[in-house]
Design a protein around this ligand. Structure first.
Ligand code: ATP
Ligand code: MG
Length: 586
């Protein structure tokens, strides 16, 4: 379907005054020191994420406000700011009593249960560095990460321990303590482990936060592994300034919001925006403990009166695939802002939001390495579907080109493709890749942090994602970004998702090959293949359109929901699959 290239915003689109209303003026006057001044800081000096996120509110008027509402399969549990403060104090005391000190690393392997959230924030209070893992990881990826991170403590559930950790425990000599959360609050009794609940019950409610400074480590987050072996990005407590500013400007959080971030804390979005940013702004967060289910998700949006929703393209595509009828069983009068991150958001998905939820989806861009949102579409401004928006206040982004001497320089001309770079120095920038100084150094050229993504900036200053540098296809002298081809395919009513690769070809270098999965009610056939090839050629022209299309029931994805094009390619060419530790099992 042909649609306008811009979604104009009017005052009627804004149900509350937006936090970012004058883009130019806010960017011009923005100052990170002013943001830091908004934060309380530790009473004796220093900075700690948990103090900003929890203590500040627990000691003030938000003491009785719900911080998290956990939705289980059959019941729900609310944790208020005051209770969160006590529970996290208890957990910090547990660590202290176990002799776990500042800077040591704690790994987390669990579903989205209350204990996970208490562990993260309690660890911050103790100065302990947290590394969350996806609960669906198998034993191998768990062992690799704990070994690399020299984990001293693991917090997990009895079930996950028995299934995944018990058999690898002897490979993990640094692991001094394993704490188990029992099923349904039952105490556990597993040799070589401690019971989380018992330790918490014995611990005191009072704890003085261990003095941490802005440069002390807070989180070790592994990247999604979309392009290769996941890297351990190290983050600091000072990152909280970015979480605060982006919670305000990119997510537009207001005090009375009911906010739902669907990301799992095994992925950086689930910690930066599933835990830290909403607490900083004193809002109530919904946490769904269950896995994706279209019907359930629409019900949550409706019944929980979610006002701000932060999700990902993969989830949106799954909702699209499930069909609009399910969405129409519910109404979303409270919803006022929807944002997405993780992958390029196809224009089709932006429009789907408008048609089905009554609101367009606002794409934003960032990486594990950036620690927070860098480029975003925000409520007050027009959306150009397919664009990731503009750099947030405090962030300087540019398209750069590399000179032969390795230096980079910004490209001033609009619509030129090149590597997306950020002026180094924002507060949540990674401080290193664990045990990989070489790789870390390669991220920087002079004052620029190089993202490894290709993009372009239009004449109005909106940024457009082209593709990851590794995924870009070189065909007959053209550089083709897979996103453009995938978006065109998604415009066809039969297509649910598309992944595009370059397949080596002696004549043209690489030919464009697409893999698509179909929406409910459509069958793969040669006729449909020809129709899709024709559709793409009409949209993109013969030079860019795919020459081959294969149908797959679903595309290989990382656990954070990203299409793994490198795997599509390896399988197509019969090459080794490389690191598949983050591959979602279907
Ligand atoms: P790895 O670095 O291990 O290959 P990864 O890059 O997928 O994995 P993340 O840090 O989770 O790990 O993802 C960041 C990347 O996701 C970005 O560099 C970009 O390629 C992609 N991305 C995130 N948001 C967007 C977006 N809004 N539009 C386009 N791409 C996005
Ligand atoms: Mg990456």
């Amino acid at each position: 379907m042909d649609r306008p290239s811009i979604i104009r915003k009017t005052a009627a689109d804004l149900r509350v005054p937006p936090n970012l209303s004058d883009y130019a003026a806010t960017c011009a006057t923005f100052d990170w020191d002013a943001v830091r001044a908004e934060l309380a800081g530790l009473p004796g000096g220093g900075l700690n994420i948990a103090h900003e996120a929890v203590e500040r509110h627990a000691c003030g008027p938000l003491h009785d406000k719900v911080a998290f509402r956990f939705l289980g399969t059959h019941s729900s549990r609310d944790i208020r700011y005051g209770e969160l403060s006590r529970l996290t104090n208890r957990f910090a005391n547990v660590l202290k009593a176990l002799g776990v000190g500042k800077g040591e690393r704690l790994f987390l392997l669990s579903g989205r249960i209350p204990e996970l959230y208490v562990t993260v924030l309690g660890s911050f209070k103790n100065g302990t560095v947290v590394s969350p893992l996806f609960s669906a990881f198998g034993p191998e990826p768990i062992a690799t990460r704990i070994k690399l991170g020299e984990g001293a403590v693991l917090v997990t559930t009895e079930l996950l321990y028995e299934r995944k950790v018990a058999k690898i425990r002897d490979q993990l000599p640094t692991l001094r303590h394993v704490l188990l959360v029992g099923e349904d609050g039952q105490a556990t009794n597993v040799p070589g482990t401690l019971d989380f609940g018992t330790l918490m019950a014995q611990a005191s409610d009072d704890f003085t936060i261990v003095p941490t400074g802005p440069e002390d480590l807070s989180l070790l987050h592994f990247t999604s592994g979309t392009t290769g072996t996941p890297k351990g990005a190290m983050h600091v407590h000072g990152a909280v300034a970015t979480h605060w500013a982006t919670g305000k400007y990119a997510l537009d959080l207001h005090a009375d919001d009911i906010y739902w971030c669907t990301a799992d804390p095994g992925w950086v979005t689930g910690t930066s925006y599933g835990i830290i940013a909403p607490l900083l702004h004193g809002v109530t967060s919904i946490v769904d403990e269950a896995d994706f289910d279209a019907e359930r998700w629409y019900r949550i949006l409706d019944e929980q009166k979610v006002s701000v929703w932060y999700t990902a393209p993969t989830a949106i595509r799954m909702l699209m695939k499930a069909g609009a009828e399910i969405a129409r069983k519910h109404a979303y009068p409270s919803l006022r802002f929807v944002a997405s991150v993780g992958e390029p958001l196809n224009p089709e998905a932006v429009w789907w939001g408008k048609e089905v939820l009554g609101l367009p989806i606002h794409d934003n861009w960032w990486q594990t390495e950036t620690g927070g949102i860098m480029i975003a579409n925000t409520p007050a401004f027009d959306i150009k579907p397919g664009s990731m928006g503009r750099p947030l206040p405090g962030i300087e982004a540019a398209i750069v080109k590399k000179e032969s001497d390795g230096k980079v320089s910004p490209v001033d001309t609009a619509d030129t493709e090149g590597e997306l770079a950020l002026k180094a120095g924002w507060p949540s920038m990674l401080r290193g890749y664990l045990h990989n100084e070489e790789r870390y150094k390669k991220c920087f050229a002079g004052e620029w942090y190089l993202t490894g993504d290709l993009a372009k900036r239009d004449a109005d200053g909106w940024f457009w994602f082209v593709g990851r540098a590794d995924d870009v296809i070189k065909s007959a002298g053209h550089l083709i970004g897979p996103f453009e081809v995938e978006s065109a395919l998604m415009e066809h009513p039969a297509v649910a998702e598309a992944g595009v690769i370059g397949k080596p070809d002696e004549v043209v270098g690489e030919v464009v090959k697409a893999f698509v999965s179909l929406k409910k009610g459509f069958e793969a056939s040669d006729t449909l293949r020809l129709e899709l090839l024709g559709h793409a050629r009409k949209k993109l022209g013969a030079a860019v359109a795919p020459k081959e299309i294969d149908f797959l029931p679903s595309l290989p994805r990382t656990r954070s929901g990203k299409i793994m094009r490198r795997l599509l390619k390896a399988r197509e060419l019969g090459l080794p699959e490389g690191d598949t530790s983050t591959l979602e099992s279907s």
